[in-house]
Design a protein around this ligand. Structure first.
Ligand code: C2O
Ligand code: CU
Length: 482
C-alpha cells in the first residue's frame, strides 16, 4: 500500500478515536464505547485505504437487449443479454484506474445496473428511484467511478431483478491489484441455474407463489458460464486463480473439487487474512470466492467439480482436464494476507439494530417478505424512512433474526462486514463479506464499520424474496469527526 494511504488511514483512525473519546466517556458507564473504539482501531488500514485515481480511464459499453443464444444446453434460447452474450462481458479495471460504462437499454422495460460489492459513490449504485432514475427503454446512462478495492465483483440490473437476472443479465467485474499475483491462469466460473419449461424456453412465470413460499426460483438446468459442459484445461504444475460467482436467483451452491485441494484466497472480493481450505463453503446468491488452485497431479487426469449443497441430488458443474506438464513452475506467496480484524470482544459492544425476517400474506404476489414487519414494494424506497442510521467510521453490531424456515442471503450495498456469530455462538471467519446466508430460524450478528456516506440498500439476494418486499434502505451519515 502506498504511504499516503497509510498516512490517511492512521489520521482517520486517530480522528475517530479522539472524537469518540470526547463524545463517549461521560455517558458510557459500562464501557461499550471503549470496546467499540477498540474494534474500530483493530480495523487499522483494512478498509480505510484510499485509492488515488491515476488518471487512466477504462471505457466500456453495455447494451442490454433480447437475444437468441446457445446457452443452458439449448441451441437457441431466448434470453436478455449484455452485448449479446450470457454471461455478459467480463469488465476489467486496475486499481487506481477509473471505470466508465455507458449502458444502453434495448429491453422492453426499464433497467439499471448495480455494481455488487463495489464501494461506489452512492449516486453510482444503480438503485432505481433512490440513487438514479430508471433507464427507460431506448435510453442510456453512464456509470463512472474509481474502485477502492481490488477483487471479484459483478454487475446486474436492480429493477425487476428476479426476471432480468434470470433471463441472463449479469457479468463479472474484476478489479485487479496494482501488481497482480502471477498466476498461470485467471479463470472465472459463473454458476447459475435456469428454469426451462416444456418448450425448452425460460419459464415466463416469475415470482410464483411457490417461489415465494420457498427459497426463490430454483431451476432445472445448472450452468457454468452459461454452459452445461464447461471444461477447464490446464497443465500439471499450473497455479490457477479461479473466481466463482453465484448469479442464481435462489439456488445455493456448495462446489466441491473431488481429488483437488483448492484454497480460498478471497471472499466477496476481499482477500482473507490467511488462505483456508474450500470445505463445504456455501456460495449463496451474490457470493464470490476466489480459489488458489495448485494443480499438483500426474500429467493426465480429469476431475469433476460437483455442487453438493444437497447430498441426495448433487449437480455436476464442470470438469478440469489436465493435459501436459508445465515446464517452469510459479512459486509465490498466497495473496491471502490481508488485515482482517478478529473483533473478539464484540459481545461487549451494544447491538445497534435488531432486524427480524418474516413473511405474511398480502402484497402484489399474495405473500410478502419483511424486515421488521415492513415489506417494501419494489421501487418505492424513497417513500420509506431508512430502517436505521449508522455513522461513518463507527463500529456497528447488527443482529438478524430469521423467524422463517427459508434461506435468506442478506446483502448490504456499499460496504463489507464480518460475520461475528451464528445463534449466539462466535464464528471466526478470517474474511469480510458483502452477502451472508442466514439459515432457517437462525440468528446472526455482523459487525460493520461503514466508510461511505449515503442511502444504501439492504436486501435478501433470493431475488423473489426481494421483489416480494425483503428490501430496505439504511443511511450512513458522515462522521462528525471529519
Ligand atoms: Cu447483487 Cu442489491 O444486489
Ligand atoms: Cu430471502
Amino acid at each position: 500500500m502506498p504511504s499516503y494511504a497509510k498516512f490517511d488511514a492512521m489520521r482517520m483512525i486517530r480522528t475517530l478515536l479522539l472524537s469518540s473519546l470526547l463524545a463517549g466517556c461521560r455517558s458510557d458507564p459500562v464501557g461499550t464505547k471503549a470496546i467499540e473504539q477498540q474494534l474500530v482501531a483493530e480495523l487499522g488500514d483494512a478498509l480505510v485505504q484510499e485509492v488515488k485515481p491515476n488518471g487512466r480511464v477504462r471505457e466500456y459499453e453495455l447494451v442490454a437487449a433480447p437475444a437468441e443464444l446457445g446457452v443452458a444446453g439449448e441451441a437457441k434460447l431466448s434470453v436478455w443479454a449484455y452485448n449479446g452474450s450470457v454471461p455478459g462481458p467480463t469488465l476489467r479495471v486496475r486499481l487506481g484506474e477509473t471505470l466508465r460504462v455507458k449502458v444502453t437499454n434495448r429491453l422492453p422495460q426499464e433497467t439499471t445496473v448495480h455494481w455488487h460489492g463495489v464501494r461506489v459513490p452512492n449516486a453510482m449504485d444503480g438503485v432505481p428511484n433512490l440513487t438514479q432514475p430508471p433507464i427507460a427503454p431506448g435510453a442510456t446512462f453512464t456509470y463512472e467511478y474509481t474502485p477502492k478495492d481490488a477483487g471479484t465483483y459483478w454487475y446486474h440490473p436492480h429493477i425487476r431483478s428476479s426476471e432480468q437476472v434470470e433471463r441472463g443479465l449479469y457479468g463479472v467485474l474484476i478489479v485487479e491489484d496494482e501488481a497482480p499475483p502471477p498466476y498461470d491462469r485467471d479463470v472465472t466460473w459463473i454458476l447459475d441455474d435456469w428454469r426451462l419449461g416444456a418448450d425448452r424456453q425460460i419459464d415466463p412465470r416469475f415470482n410464483t407463489r411457490g417461489d415465494l413460499m420457498h427459497d426463490g426460483r430454483w431451476g432445472n438446468v445448472v450452468t457454468v458460464n452459461g454452459r452445461t459442459d464447461e471444461v477447464l484445461e490446464v497443465r500439471a504444475g499450473e497455479r490457477v486463480r479461479l473466481r466463482l460467482l453465484n448469479s442464481a436467483n435462489g439456488r445455493v451452491f456448495v462446489p466441491m473439487f473431488d481429488g483437488l485441494a483448492p484454497k480460498i484466497i478471497a471472499v466477496d472480493g476481499k482477500y482473507l487474512s490467511r488462505a483456508i481450505d474450500l470445505d463445504r463453503f456455501e456460495l449463496a446468491p451474490g457470493n464470490r470466492v476466489d480459489l488458489d488452485l495448485q494443480v499438483d497431479v500426474a500429467a493426465s487426469a480429469r476431475f469433476e467439480v460437483v455442487d453438493r449443497f444437497s447430498a441426495r441430488r448433487p449437480n455436476r458443474l464442470a470438469s478440469i482436464e489436465i493435459d501436459g506438464v508445465l515446464d517452469s513452475r510459479q512459486s509465490f506467496p498466497s495473496p491471502a494476507n490481508a488485515r482482517v480484524p478478529a473483533w473478539r470482544g464484540y459481545e461487549r459492544a451494544k447491538i445497534d439494530q435488531e432486524i427480524n425476517l418474516d413473511a405474511a400474506s398480502g402484497g402484489p404476489f399474495g405473500l410478502e417478505w419483511r424486515f421488521n414487519g415492513v415489506a417494501h414494494a419494489a421501487h418505492d424506497h424513497h417513500q420509506h424512512a431508512p430502517l436505521m442510521v449508522m455513522e461513518e467510521g463507527v463500529f456497528h453490531r447488527l443482529r438478524f433474526i430469521n423467524k422463517s424456515f427459508r434461506l435468506h442471503p442478506i446483502h448490504l450495498h456499499g460496504m463489507f462486514f464480518r460475520l461475528l456469530a451464528r445463534n449466539g455462538a462466535s464464528v471466526d471467519e478470517p474474511f469480510f463479506r458483502d452477502t451472508v446466508l442466514i439459515h432457517a430460524e437462525e440468528s446472526i450478528d455482523i459487525g460493520v464499520v461503514p466508510l461511505d456516506p449515503g442511502r444504501w440498500m439492504m436486501h435478501c439476494h433470493v431475488l423473489e424474496h426481494a421483489e416480494a418486499g425483503m428490501m430496505t434502505t439504511f443511511e450512513v451519515k458522515p462522521s462528525a469527526g471529519f
